[in-house]
Design a protein around this ligand. Structure first.
Ligand code: G3P
Length: 215
């Protein structure tokens, strides 16, 4: 399973990229807005220069024509830009039209397997089920990944990648991989947490103490 970073923060992206683990980056309007005063095009282009993989940039129109217009514009910024559209019927129309122009789409805000099947049929490159937000409703978010994975595996014509989004902790990453996700997009903090273990720290301390005290 590949790891993407879910952020528009250049410092976080630069740091995680230096660990050698990043295969792509996802952004959304909330994440872009968090980076006060940045120019959307400039930040997406900068990310695309740091990470050699799909970089998702989200449309903000509610109608298909508007999404297609935005998508065509974003895709011209860099060959690795993936156009994010919502899981709506207008989003499906946009995916269908953009796919005809060889522009890849990430269908976001997916909350059930039927949306995922429709997105794949329309030609989505990526589907983004939101695990954490499903968990927040008291329903097991991971079952959504399992269902989509089963639905996609059953249909040899589907090549849409399953991207586990709204990841809240390291266990989500591992469970997403086991459930059949192709990609997990993670906040920087969760990638950092994934590498922390008290026994690793204690082991390092012990090794260094023994090293310093050797005869
Ligand atoms: O980028 C989409 C998704 O990962 C957002 O996650 O934490 O806002 O539910 P969250």
């Amino acid at each position: 399973m590949q790891l993407y970073l879910d952020t528009a923060n250049i410092n976080e992206i630069r740091e995680a990229a230096s660990w050698g683990v990043l295969s792509g980056v996802t952004t959304n309007p909330t994440l872009i807005a968090k980076e006060k005063g940045v120019d959307f095009r400039q930040v997406i282009t900068e990310i695309a220069e740091l990470v050699n993989g799909p970089i998702s940039a989200e449309t903000v129109s509610l109608d298909a024509d508007g999404m297609v217009k935005e998508g065509v514009e974003y895709a011209a910024w860099h060959p690795n830009v993936i156009v994010k559209v919502p899981s709506t019927t207008e989003g499906l129309k946009a995916v269908y039209e953009l796919a005809k122009k060889d522009i890849r789409c990430n269908v976001t805000l997916c909350f059930n397997a039927a949306q995922a099947l429709m997105a794949a049929r329309a030609g989505a490159f990526i589907i983004s089920p939101f695990i954490g937000r499903v968990d927040d409703t008291g329903v097991d978010g991971m079952s959504l990944i399992r269902e989509i994975s089963a639905v996609y595996r059953q249909d040899p014509e589907i090549s849409t990648k399953i991207l586990a989004a709204s990841i809240r902790h390291p266990r989500h990453i591992i469970d997403s991989a086991i459930a059949g996700a192709d990609i997990a997009t993670c906040p920087f903090k969760v990638l950092q947490q994934s590498m922390r273990h008290p026994l690793t720290d204690r082991g390092i301390e012990q090794f260094l103490a023994d090293w310093r005290g050797r005869a």
